[in-house]
Design a protein around this ligand. Structure first.
Ligand code: SF4
Length: 196
């Protein structure tokens, strides 16, 4: 059995295929620069679509010759779909093993999250289960003031196109920062993403 790839350098030399699941268009936040206009709770990836994609990719090994794979999960906020993600990752692991796929010892699960749900039991159980294969980045836009200028909580009215007045906006900085110590304890080398 080949050794697991654990050093980040082995993942940054362009030898890994990156495959992205957009699991939901929903998010707790409504950042003002978000590329996802029209956030909604209806457009979510179904298990059937995810499974079809996985079956195709793993069933065509000859078309994916990269040494390694990064299974990337984004949204919206991906951890809103932790049940689906857990199911996808379990299926990926068992299928890569069953098929004796060359990615079996050479994969990562990667997440860009707003960090709001990071501490929840389901997300933490997922982290414990897949710890050796995880890359998780939590977004913070610098200081509380800078972060809260853009990264505000979604309100029910926004779904109808009504934006809150500036004085009614509720920033998310404190809700993210409370999870940073746990995140850094679990992933001391983790990096954040800052949007300027
Ligand atoms: S956390 Fe990400 S997906 Fe959610 S509103 Fe902000 S930029 Fe968009």
């Amino acid at each position: 059995m080949k050794n697991l790839k654990t050093k980040s350098s082995e993942w940054s030399r362009g030898l890994a295929k990156s495959i992205t699941f957009i699991v939901t268009k929903d998010c707790q936040l409504a950042c003002k620069y978000c590329y996802l206009v029209g956030k909604n709770t209806k457009e979510r990836m179904s298990w059937e679509v995810a499974k079809q994609a996985i079956d195709y990719i793993l069933g065509h090994e000859e078309e994916f010759k990269e040494e390694s794979v990064i299974w990337d999960f984004i949204g919206g906020e991906p951890f809103l779909e932790i049940d689906l993600i857990d199911k996808i990752c379990d299926y990926l692991k068992t299928e890569m093993y069953r098929l004796n796929h060359h990615w079996f010892n050479s994969y990562r699960f990667s997440f860009s999250t707003n960090g709001i749900n990071y501490h929840t039991e389901k997300v933490q159980n997922f982290i414990k289960k897949n710890y050796e294969h995880l890359s998780i980045g939590i977004t913070i836009d610098g200081t509380r003031r800078k972060h809260d200028l853009n990264r505000i909580w979604k309100t029910p009215d926004m779904e109808h196109g009504i934006m809150p007045k500036p004085e009614e906006e509720h920033g998310s900085y404190d809700d993210v920062v409370r999870n940073i110590p746990l995140w850094l304890e679990q992933f001391p080398g983790a990096g954040t993403k800052v949007t300027i």
